[in-house]
Write a protein that binds this ligand. Structure first.
Ligand code: LRH
Ligand code: MN
Length: 441
């Protein structure tokens, strides 16, 4: 893998004097309002320090245009190699101060020399978060097909092949410094009668048990559920219940990963989060947003109140120091229309905002209204936090983390994409498949 990254370095967030002055006035205004509100633990300083601690991992696969099955419209100057994807991930961290780790996906990010990849990432100020396996596509030269499944496949040789792939992903992750394996299985059926519904679940549990036994002692195994696609009748792990059954059967370090887009319309996702938190089995998130299906849209773009309510459950658990509460925050999006980096910068901003607003809740008042059955005031207490303009608080947190007040504006002002367009000749079409599988890692 070529690690020589030429062209302009990651843009440095030098704000204009006007932007600084406007920010100071906005920050002063919200600071005064929160002083008057006088909620313990929810002064401006408290929120800013909380947001400064917030971190989310960037998915390597969302740094190129993902497209849909109907088409992919790649933009200019997109990363063509793992090295260039890491370079772009560093831009997200530099401008938000909240994305210090990258989540890789194998074989899309396959590489020959982990030490080279690791030192390049370190030179860019990045580390590696959960690493993802992939048994939902057949790779060139692969011996047995996953068309009819992987861990649930009727042919034990296919199940073996899938387990071997996961053992390889664990090795790759260990060499990069990851501490979690994230498993989403496309396994399932599209027609009634196609598969034995209990037998296939048992096969998946058996294969996962072998993988679980292979993860290093300080690692976790995340199981991701999804209600449909590509299985359109009975996915093996369609919902949080199936994921929880597997995680509970495997052991303490097996936990459930909640992809916000993997829920049927109108599912109360914050309730799913509360249930998994209560069971000590909430391992992490794939943040995104959706209107209908697994649309993988920008987090907070469709249901910002829903995102806030999920963060409310997370901040409640954080405040209570709930046992086993160590959620991995990851993004999982597929960008089709926006510049992938602008979309990622918007996403991190939306997550910082949702987190900040959740810390603004007057938890003491909320608890007393809940205990006294004052429904109106309980709801108003949540809404008061959600309807507070927390943007100056988040901008201040970024400023103190030496990042940008407005990451998207700073990215545009930096001319980074234009420079990469000039530099990354033969770029866009290199990342071919609808999920942007690069041809050179
Ligand atoms: C499946 C999924 C899974 C990834 C893939 C990129 O829909 O959410 O998390 O492996 O997207
Ligand atoms: Mn996902």
């Amino acid at each position: 893998m070529s690690t020589t990254l030429s062209g302009p370095a990651v843009p440095s967030p030098r704000q204009s004097r006007d932007a600084e002055r406007d920010h100071e006035r906005d920050y002063q205004a919200v600071t005064e309002r929160l002083e008057r509100r006088a909620v313990p633990g929810a002064r401006a300083e408290d929120i800013v320090e909380a947001v400064r601690r917030f971190a989310v991992a960037v998915p390597s696969w969302a740094l190129v245009t993902g497209g849909t099955r109907f088409g992919r419209f790649p933009g200019p100057g997109e990363p063509r190699t793992l090295a260039e994807r890491l370079e772009d991930a560093a831009v997200v961290h530099r401008l938000t101060g909240a994305a210090p780790r990258v989540s890789l996906h194998l074989p899309w990010d396959e590489h020959d020399d982990a030490a080279v990849v690791r030192s390049l990432a370190e030179s860019l100020g990045l580390g590696f978060d959960a690493i993802n396996s992939n048994t939902f596509q057949d790779q060139p030269g692969q011996r047995l097909s996953y068309k009819l499944g992987s861990f649930s496949h009727p042919n034990p040789a296919v199940r073996r092949q899938a387990v071997e792939h996961h053992l390889h992903v664990i090795e790759a992750g260990r060499a990069l410094g990851s501490q979690a394996l994230s498993v989403w299985l496309a396994d399932g059926s599209s027609y009634p009668g196609q598969i034995p519904l209990r037998g296939t679940f048992d096969r998946v549990r058996e294969c996962l048990a072998e993988v679980y036994d292979a993860i290093p002692p300080d690692w976790r195994l995340f199981i991701e559920h999804k209600p449909y696609e590509p299985a359109f009748y009975a996915p093996i792990v369609p919902d949080w219940g199936s994921s929880l059954l597997l995680a509970q059967s495997l052991g303490d370090r097996a936990q459930c990963l909640v992809d916000l887009g993997h829920h049927l319309p109108n599912t109360n996702i914050e309730l799913v989060v509360a249930r998994l938190l209560g069971a000590g089995k909430l391992g992490g998130f794939h943040f995104n947003d959706s209107k209908y299906g697994d649309d993988d849209l920008t987090a907070g773009s469709i249901k910002p109140y829903g995102l806030f309510l999920v963060f409310h459950e997370l901040v409640l658990a954080e405040r209570e120091h709930l046992t086993a509460f160590r959620p991995a925050y990851l993004i999982d999006q597929s960008h089709n229309l926006k510049d992938p980096l602008e979309d990622m910068l918007q996403t991190v901003d939306q997550l910082q905002l949702g987190y900040a607003k959740a810390w603004l809740v007057d938890y003491a008042a909320l608890a007393s209204y809940q205990e006294s059955g004052d429904v109106t005031m309980a709801e108003r207490t949540l809404k008061d936090a959600f309807e507070t303009d927390a943007r100056p608080l988040v901008a201040e947190a970024r400023r103190r983390n030496d990042a940008a007040l407005d990451p998207v504006a700073m990215f545009r002002a930096s001319g980074y994409r234009a420079a990469k367009t000039r530099e990354r000749v033969g770029g866009a079409d290199a990342a071919r498949s609808s999920l942007g599988v690069p041809d050179d890692a």
